[in-house]
Unconditional design. Structure first.
Length: 155
């Protein structure tokens, strides 16, 4: 299907604007049924000041985030949370929440370290629970790990 620029009339300012072939292709791809009704300046005015500033997200749309005042279940300090707490579930302040989080550092292993571990047998105990009882063929798993590690960039 070939698209040609069209001249349309804005419903707000009654001015003419061009509905380009590229815009028509976009509308066609998105399966929009109607042509645009407003020129770009009127559309941005209608959208509000947030769109003109280039902001995005709920705050830009004028939707404020709900903040609920509550007491931390751990330290009993008054805090605010961005949700409505449900009964029976603990609510933590930022400091207690950060303290409870499990650190993820040290868990990352590079491909070259994986190859070294496989070659030396180090770390074999980590996967010893996987095996025939769990329906895992360790020969296949090891071969797949070696193949993947060999293709990975070296650190």
């Amino acid at each position: 299907m070939e698209f040609v620029d069209k001249i349309l009339k804005c419903v707000d300012c009654s001015g003419d604007f061009i509905f380009t072939a590229g815009e028509q292709l976009f509308f066609f791809d998105k399966q929009f049924k109607n042509d645009p009704k407003r020129c770009k300046p009127c559309k941005s005015k209608r959208a509000g000041g947030a769109a003109r500033a280039g902001a995005t997200g709920p705050a830009a749309a004028g939707i404020s985030r709900t903040e609920t005042r509550t007491e931390c279940s751990e330290c009993q300090v008054e805090t605010t949370v961005p949700f409505k707490p449900t009964q029976g579930r603990p609510v933590l302040c930022r400091q207690c929440f950060q303290a409870k989080r499990v650190p993820t550092t040290g868990a990352l292993v590079t491909a070259s370290e994986t190859v070294g571990m496989i070659k030396t047998g180090v770390g074999a105990g980590l996967v010893s629970d996987l095996g025939p009882d769990m329906g895992v063929d360790m020969g296949v798993v090891s071969a797949e790990l070696v193949a993947a590690a060999a293709q990975a960039p070296q650190a």
